[in-house]
Design a protein around this ligand. Sequence first.
Ligand SMILES: [Zn+2]
Length: 396
Amino acid sequence: MSHAGVILGISDLEVEQVHRDREIKVYARPTKRPACIHCHHDRVRIKATRQRVLKHTRQGNQVLTLYLKAPKYHCPQCNRYFCHRFQGVLPRFRASEAFRLEVFEAHDGGVTQRKLSRTHGISPATVERWYQSQCRLRQSEMSNRPCPRVLGIDEHFFTRRRGYATSFVDLKNHKLYDVALGRSEPSLRRYLTGLSGRDQVQVVVMDLSETYRSIARRYFPQATIVADRFHVIRLVNQHFLNAWKDHDAEGRRNRGLLSLMRRHAWRLSDEQRANLARYLEDYPVLQAMYEAKQRLNRYLLLKTLNAKKAKQMLPGFLELLDQLSASPLKRLARTLESWLEPIVAMWRFSKSNGITEGFHNKMEMMSRRAYGFRNFENYRLRVLTHCGWNEIINRV
Ligand SMILES: [Zn+2]
């Protein structure tokens, strides 16, 4: 590659002139004739030469424009014509791929279309068009991925008109795998049936939703269903606080007490623990429920146990559920019993849907920044390019 080629990133180029005033103008021409693109005959003749004007990256705060001599060749062997092809420049484009990528990266990083149109000398509509085409390129690179082995499923709000969407997250690699509109089995059926490699999914993490459980059983037959720790503990707290309200509505309204009751006992200071004990002294039933809740939470926080250890823990947990079903928390006990397997499976793993919730946060921000999406496909495109893909494009 010539020096000029190394600097410009376009090989086999010979620089003839460089002008630098308000913009940088580089006049260049190809160093050698290519072989015929049709029959590979290597002695083609130049029929005519035209000038190609290309925007090509910014150098020192100025747009660099290439004025290339682009010959049109005639092949005497097959008697056909073709134009010179420059590396990193697509036929008929008026900007090099490097320049388009530069605009994409800047816009992706938050530079507005208006600003880019000034610094790069292109219209805002062009910025949008290039951005979209780069998004589509990224997405097509992702489209053939098999389903991840460790999958997180959760719902999130899309729009008031279209309702909820379901996100599928690769919990192992911390990437968004896909989003699909709807959160019920009929609305997801088409998407799920077409999913490649769903037999290979080993673990599915979900909140305590009956719909998602039946979806997982049906479409991911090999997978172990694991409950999401955060949701289970939140459920326990909700039930406990409701029972408290039935027991002593006055105390439940006390914000200080509420905060003490909600937290794990081992996170309280000695003084806080004493305060709580003083309150609970007057309500023996409530005290028993509180202690049961603490024991329950201890079980629910177990993780990465081996099979043997999990088996040892099981009888204690079952006994606790038995006790709960004879208390005001019997509805909670019933729910936990129906989700016993996913909860016990939770002990064996460390994965939770925390990553999924994080992506939901990010997706909400994207949606807000775009002042909401009407078209789900556009939303999906945007979300996938940002949460599902984080390689940096090196090819030019
Ligand atoms: Zn030819």
